[in-house]
Design a protein around this ligand. Structure first.
Ligand SMILES: Nc1ncnc2c1ncn2[C@@H]1O[C@H](COP(=O)(O)OP(=O)(O)O)[C@@H](O)[C@H]1O
Ligand SMILES: [Mg+2]
Length: 311
């Protein structure tokens, strides 16, 4: 659905996007995660054919961003940082206007359907200028989807929203995925990328990492298996340490009331955990729980980008 080759954008001598090569499949929710000023919006604007690349190429929904910009703008949906709505027009009037602009066959029916889906029929005749930020954002998303595009670009869709409105917007994005739409989601919010995206690119002028949220979380720190035991026994630590594939083992620091828990660092938990458990049981351990430690995506992100903000 999206394929870029060494896509580059400079502003004067400043390089905002440096040789980006990337593929996004149909039906994928792809997260573009990076701090403020990383170049996310610039990438999105190039892909949506709103600005031209300085170098490199991109194909979007089968079209070339350099040659077929007009076609791309017809077939993709885009939610930018500014909602692009007429404040004096009602929600319904805004949607009807954009439906006509995109040549939707029955603009009124389409506006009705979108208002229903967003559960906004009750406020459909209120001027958008009187809406809360959350409601405005819902209408802005409806606007971006008015022509039923297969590919949607969303730039920081929950930015500035209260938690409840942000939740609604995330539900809506999850819904798009269920409908088979391809979503390119720019965000600086880790939990949002983690919750919604099939794959995430950590980006700062270049791609620093690209994987599923689960793998990003895992990759950097090695895997750690947590084993909760019924009693403390230091001979078990030695038994585990002598296994050839174990990189480290230690007791978890926890209050005395908590169950004793071993933290075992190893390379490939899927194949090594069974042997680890067998060794412990052979040595008389009573195991209550075995689970994987979840390193946070935030740790991975911070270590990749170096900081939260460029500015
Ligand atoms: N039209 C422009 N002219 C000059 N510099 C720009 C322009 N647009 C973006 N930039 C610069 O490019 C960098 C990336 O911006 P942007 O793509 O908006 O980042 P993000 O969306 O990740 O916050 C920033 O340093 C920004 O100041
Ligand atoms: Mg931006």
């Amino acid at each position: 659905m999206i394929a870029t080759t060494r896509l580059t954008r400079r502003f004067g001598t400043f390089t905002a996007v440096d040789s980006l090569t990337l593929q996004v499949s149909p039906g994928e929710v792809f997260g573009f995660l990076g701090p403020n000023g990383a170049g996310k919006t610039t990438v999105m604007r190039m892909l949506a054919a709103l600005i031209a690349p300085t170098e490199g190429d991109a194909r979007v929904a089968g079209f070339d961003v350099r040659r077929d910009g007009h076609r791309i703008r017809q077939v993709v949906g885009i939610l930018t940082e500014a909602p692009g709505l007429y404040r004096k027009l009602s929600a319904r009037e805004n949607l009807r206007f954009y439906a006509k602009l995109y040549g939707v066959r029955d603009p009124d029916a389409r506006a009705t359907a979108m208002l229903q889906r967003l559960q906004m029929e009750a406020s459909q005749d209120v001027p958008v200028g009187r809406f809360s930020k959350g409601m405005t954002q819902k209408i802005a998303i409806a606007r971006a989807l008015i022509h039923d595009p297969q590919l949607v670009f969303l730039d920081e869709p929950t930015s500035g929203l209260d938690p409840e409105a942000a939740f609604l917007v995330r539900e809506f994005i999850a819904n798009l995925k269920a409908q088979g739409k391809t979503v390119f989601l720019c965000t600086h919010r880790l939990e949002e990328a983690e919750r919604l995206c099939d794959r995430v690119a950590v980006f700062r002028r270049k791609i620093l990492a690209l994987d599923t949220p689960q793998e990003l979380r895992r990759g950097r720190f090695g895997s750690r298996t947590l084993i909760e035991l019924s009693r403390h026994d230091d001979t078990l630590v030695e038994a585990v340490r002598s296994l050839p594939f174990v990189a480290a083992v230690q007791w978890r620091k926890a209050p005395p009331s908590a169950s004793p828990t071993l933290i075992v660092t190893l390379g490939d938990p899927r194949t090594q955990n069974p042997e680890l458990v067998r060794r412990l049981v052979d040595r008389g351990a009573e195991i209550r729980f075995v689970r994987e430690e979840q390193a946070s995506l935030e740790q991975a992100y911070l270590s990749l980008t170096g900081s939260l903000n460029l500015d």
